[in-house]
Design a protein around this ligand. Structure first.
Ligand code: CP
Ligand code: NVA
Length: 310
């Protein structure tokens, strides 16, 4: 077992393939134990600050439950509480460390969580920034492993905006040896440095992963085992919604597009979904859609992650 004690998780690039697999293996084991009501708190007496500068349903609920299961007391805070009233990042972090043993943060600029981590002597976990959503992709990889039986060699097609989900799927896919195909409109591609980092991870660890960018969703989805979409306008981009709906008009995942994927392909979405925009009801409600397994696995993946860090 790799040692994640005391470590930050700001992006999946912080993990080796072995460390990522250790989280997934523990998540599956704890998921089975949870189902059998055979849970043992591992961090009794500790506390965690769960700070959400953006809205959250899944991440907030699953982190709060994961903490409770582990015997960690969660303190949930919003923008009224933390980093408010012009309090500096330094002062905020120095105060929090006197109370808690872990900071989980959802925020806007990724540089904000990096600054928090620089000041913090306690571990910091990324609950989503504008650039990355690593905890979501831990749950996604667990879900893919459950439905496909493996991760290495699996083809994942992501269709939509080159956003935080795209970045984390590319990094996670690179670590586990997946073929990641990304289709975005011109001008909405994932960041070139993150694409390069994912390819570098694949080469460094020899995972056999690939990352390929397309503009036509049909090219990306061809023979895919997993088809993924996400919102076209992420949190913080609400003012761009109308322009984005026009730009992404031909990027909706519908049944004809799904028919280009492998006949046993699954559909995934981190949620919240915008039905009729990035995905139609017929796809997200189909038997091959695993979006609620994915949402459930947030709890199992994060409980495993926190138990390894604490
Ligand atoms: N998928 C996800 O992170 O959902 P929330 O924004 O509701 O936490
Ligand atoms: N890309 C989306 C993910 C939401 C979980 C956003 O950042 O709003």
């Amino acid at each position: 077992m790799q040692n994640l004690i005391g470590r930050d998780l700001l992006t999946l690039g912080d993990l080796t393939p072995e460390e990522l697999q250790a989280v997934l293996i523990r998540a599956k084991a704890q998921k089975l134990a949870h189902r059998n009501a055979n849970k043992a708190p591992v961090a009794t007496g500790q506390s965690a600050a769960l700070i959400f500068m953006k809205p959250s349903l899944r991440t907030r609920a699953s982190f709060e439950l994961a903490c409770r299961d582990l015997g960690v007391h969660p303190i949930v805070m919003g923008p009224q509480d933390a980093f408010s009233r012009n309090e500096t990042v330094h002062d905020t972090v120095k105060v929090l460390e006197r109370y808690v043993q872990l900071i989980v943060l959802r925020t806007f600029a990724h540089s904000h969580i990096e600054e928090v981590a620089e000041h913090a002597s306690i571990p910091v976990v990324n609950a989503l920034t504008d650039d990355y959503h690593p905890c979501q992709v831990l749950a996604d990889l667990l879900t893919i492993k459950e439905h496909k039986g493996a991760l290495q060699g699996v083809k994942l097609a992501y269709v939509g905006d080159g956003n935080n989900m795209t970045h984390s799927l590319m990094l996670g896919g690179a670590l586990v040896g997946m073929q990641v195909a990304v289709a975005t409109p011109v001008g909405y591609e994932p960041r070139a440095d993150v694409v390069a980092r994912a390819r570098e991870i694949a080469a460094t660890y020899g995972t056999g992963a690939s990352v390929t960018l397309y503009n036509d969703p049909k090219d990306a989805v061809a023979s895919a085992d997993v088809v993924v979409s996400d919102t076209w306008a992420s949190m913080g981009q609400e003012a761009e919604h109308a322009a984005r709906v026009r730009a992404f008009e031909t990027y909706t995942i519908d049944t004809p597009l799904m028919q280009r994927a492998d006949s046993r392909a699954i559909f995934m979405h981190c949620l919240p979904a915008h039905r009729g925009e990035e995905v139609v009801d017929e796809v997200i409600d189909a038997p091959y859609s695993v979006v609620f397994d994915e949402a459930e696995n947030r709890l199992h993946a994060q409980r495993a992650l926190l138990s390894l860090i604490l």
